[in-house]
Design a protein around this ligand. Sequence first.
Ligand SMILES: [Zn+2]
Length: 59
Amino acid sequence: MAVQFRCSDVGVACRHVTRAETPEALVAAVAEHAKARHGVTLNDTLVDYAVTKVRPARE
Ligand SMILES: [Zn+2]
């Protein structure tokens, strides 16, 4: 099941939507995006919060 994460769902002013095939890959991709675009390194707390905002991807 593909999944997606929107920065805007966690209150970040960013229109980026990260998509991946698995939640694990998604978290890794979101962490990469957060570091590259927002200068934020996801710690365990932020990862746990981000996971609650993961949604099934709709085509
Ligand atoms: Zn973003």
